[in-house]
Design a protein around this ligand. Structure first.
Ligand code: ADP
Ligand code: ADP
Ligand code: MG
Length: 667
């Protein structure tokens, strides 16, 4: 076994690999860009090496810098994680030429599966069922249109070098083919530097079912059952589970056999995933699934398979890479229970799932294990105080649950998501929780179109409850000090220096506003008037940002956090951000011209979340300034594109200094 490995990745997957390495007594080397100098994966490593500036092309994709880091630290092997260099055969060759071990498949297996058209041709030869279609070399648009006719509409155009759902177009009518082909080719050229496409029959009621495979260098190849990843948005996975619901044993056996055939056909070694598309219309059948592609790496969703098999896939990867045989045969493997994973992203579901960068001012997770099998497992690459930057994937965490059966797993996932508190950047948390409670999903009636069909209902935000509004108003006015509930002077603060007179408070919730009137009746007792009338509310501070609110015999527990310019209330799965009247925020707005953001006061630049070229919407956080011992988020004054970032993290700036410049508004 190795004594020291380098992880050529960042975020949760880098931390994930390190957790297993540490358990096995293997030392770890992290590599990082300037944007990640203080990142969690750096904090978790034994040694960390800077490999370049923030853009991935100049750091995480810089093969020479990574090999140099391995040489300088004496690492014997390199784990590529997923994304970045994980499926780059030239990198595998370079690692081996440097005398190091690549923890992944041989370069020739990656090459064979790298282009979807060549992979399909190879699979056809190996007797694996492939999606009917055209995967030839001739890319003449007339010929492609003719092939589409032959295949029969609807068809799917796919970039042969594609990944991450990019370069794909569904074509339903022949008259749209030429236009959509151009779009797919353009996106393919821009994203992958290769405009080549294939055309496939579009499977109706598609279900994405993939098989995890593992092979060692001694000729053993097994599969570790399937995952159902049919809950997708724009061809990207949102929720994954194992095993697949409502799947006959004979179908599993047939898919498993086909996946093992596929791996054997390319001389596969290590962890891989064979992705199939299945026709879910009339239930899964033994001849109703087709090969789509093989991902020659550890997959984002591998923890659900770890949960049901009781195995650590990173440990298996390390053992296989070190030359050990797989410690089991196919017949030794069994499934226990059901596991589901949800990808928690910094994105705004209500605004068409736009990535939403920003500081993670508040991140509180329910009890869980990290990077290890457990009833609730949360794998994350960030902690409270870190930021989601525009440089990399905006994933915050993977929330994985394991339970005796599917219904229990979905209930546990919904509950875990409800109890996850994030403030600072918008997340898809409520959307994920709504999905877990969707009746069709719960009944196992899922296909890749489910999310699109129900997007409006799944992203609808509930208005704040009376209690949530009241708590926000009390916090905004400083009548409840969350700092130290044990301090009797603080507990009495509102009462002591504020006479029992009515005081109006206006809160902004998105575009709406609510006005309440507050009066202190006694310590912990308030008279509150809102749109529904006046009432007396008792508020007890339970510590750690938790409050019990009640009227007479009925009470409720809510969580809340007060940030510089707003209050967040977490109310049984609903999360509400209330902008409060704040002098700093007012100053911030006054200091912002139409085309730039200036410092409203002298201060220290804490975080820069804007990057040149990034598209921003009015109100998006761009930069965090620390002034008067408080952090203040400066936001975009209008929709536009960031032209220049004139401030650096850690820089002291004067009042009125221009920090961010937007491109001129043409409109
Ligand atoms: P698929 O490629 O079939 O969608 P996954 O869902 O496992 O398989 O992976 C999604 C892709 O998203 C990865 O291949 C990778 O390119 C990209 N990706 C996701 N998160 C990260 C990350 N933290 N760093 C780099 N790439 C990432
Ligand atoms: P990527 O490399 O982007 O992961 P895939 O070929 O795996 O590309 O396809 C991504 C997703 O698109 C699949 O998970 C599936 O939901 C959908 N898809 C792909 N091929 C088909 C098809 N022939 N019919 C219907 N849906 C498809
Ligand atoms: Mg895929």
């Amino acid at each position: 076994m190795f004594t020291k490995i380098l992880i050529a990745n960042r975020g949760e997957i880098a931390a994930r690999v390190m957790a297993t390495a540490r358990r096995l007594g293997i030392a770890t080397v992290a590599v990082h860009s300037d944007a990640d100098a203080g990142a969690l994966h750096v904090r978790h490593a034994d040694v960390a090496v800077r490999i370049g500036p923030a853009p991935a092309a100049e750091s995480y994709l810089d093969q020479q810098a990574i090999l140099e880091a391995a040489r300088a630290t004496g690492a014997e092997a390199i784990h590529p994680g997923y994304g970045f260099l994980s499926e780059n055969p030239e990198f595998v060759d370079a690692v081996e030429a440097a005398g190091l071990v690549f923890i992944g498949p041989p370069a020739q297996a990656i090459r064979a599966m790298g282009l979807k058209d060549a992979a399909k041709a190879l699979m056809e030869k190996a007797g694996v069922p492939v999606v009917p279609g055209y995967h030839g070399a001739d890319q003449d648009p007339g010929l492609l249109a003719q092939e589409a006719e032959r295949i029969g509409y609807p068809v799917l155009i796919k970039a042969r070098a594609g990944g991450g759902g990019k370069g794909m177009r569904l074509v339903e009518r022949p008259q749209d083919f030429a236009r959509l082909l151009e779009g797919a080719q353009g996106e393919a050229r821009a994203s992958f530097g290769d405009a080549g496409v294939l055309v496939e029959k579009y499977v109706t009621s598609p279900r994405h079912i993939e098989i995890q495979v593992f092979a060692d260098a001694h000729g053993n190849t097994v599969h570790l059952f399937e995952r159902d990843c049919s809950l997708q948005r724009r061809h990207q996975k949102v929720i994954e589970e194992a095993p697949a619901p409502d799947r006959p044993e004979a179908v599993r056996a047939a898919m498993g056999r086909a996946a093992v055939e596929a791996a054997r056909a390319v001389g596969y070694v290590g962890a891989g995933t064979v992705e199939f598309i299945a026709d879910g219309a009339g239930g899964l059948t033994e001849d109703g699934f087709w090969f789509m592609e093989m991902n020659t790496r550890l997959q984002v969703e591998h923890p659900v398979s770890e949960a049901i098999t009781g195995l650590d896939f990173v440990e298996l990867q390390l053992r296989v890479a070190a030359g050990e045989p797989l410690p089991f045969a196919q017949g030794d493997l069994t499934i226990t229970g059901h596991a589901v994973e949800a990808r928690l992203y910094a994105e705004d579901a209500a605004k068409g799932f736009l990535p939403a960068t920003g500081p993670l001012d508040h991140l509180r997770l329910p009890p869980h294990a990290a990077f290890a099998r457990a009833p609730v497992r949360i794998d994350s690459g960030v902690e409270a105080g870190d930021a989601i930057t525009p440089w990399y994937d905006p994933m915050i965490a993977k929330v994985i649950v394991h339970a005796p059966d599917r219904a229990a797993a979905l209930a546990r996932l919904a509950r875990t998501l409800d109890e996850t508190e994030v403030a600072g950047c918008t997340t898809n948390r409520a959307f994920l929780a709504a999905l877990c409670r969707d009746a069709d999903f719960a009944a196992g009636r899922l296909d890749t179109g489910l999310i699109a069909r129900k997007a409006d209902a799944l992203t609808a935000a509930a208005p704040p409850s009376r209690n949530a509004l009241a708590l926000a108003a009390l916090l905004a006015e400083g009548l409840l000090d969350p700092a130290d509930p044990a301090d009797p002077w603080q507990a009495l603060a509102g009462y002591a220096h504020w006479a029992p007179m009515d005081r109006p408070v206006t809160l902004h919730i998105g575009d709406r506003e609510a006005t309440l009137t507050l009066a202190v009746e006694a310590p912990g007792r308030f008279r509150i008037a809102d749109a529904e009338g006046a009432r007396t509310l008792a508020v007890q501070q339970l510590g750690a940002g938790r409050y019990r609110l009640g009227e007479e015999s009925l009470s409720q527990t809510l969580s809340a956090v007060r940030l510089t310019d707003r209050v967040h209330v977490f109310d049984r799965g609903q999360s509400h951000a209330f902008a409060s009247p704040d002098p700093l925020a007012a100053a911030g707005e006054a200091g912002q011209g139409g085309d730039h953001v200036a410092a409203p006061m002298p201060g220290l630049v804490r975080r820069v979340t804007a990057a040149p070229g990034a598209a921003v919407a009015r109100g998006d956080p761009l930069l965090v300034l620390e002034a008067m011992k408080m952090e203040h988020t400066l936001t975009a004054p209008r929709d536009g594109t960031v032209a220049e970032v004139l401030a650096e993290e850690g820089q002291q700036v004067a009042e009125g200094a221009r920090l961010i410049v937007l491109e001129p508004d043409d409109a």
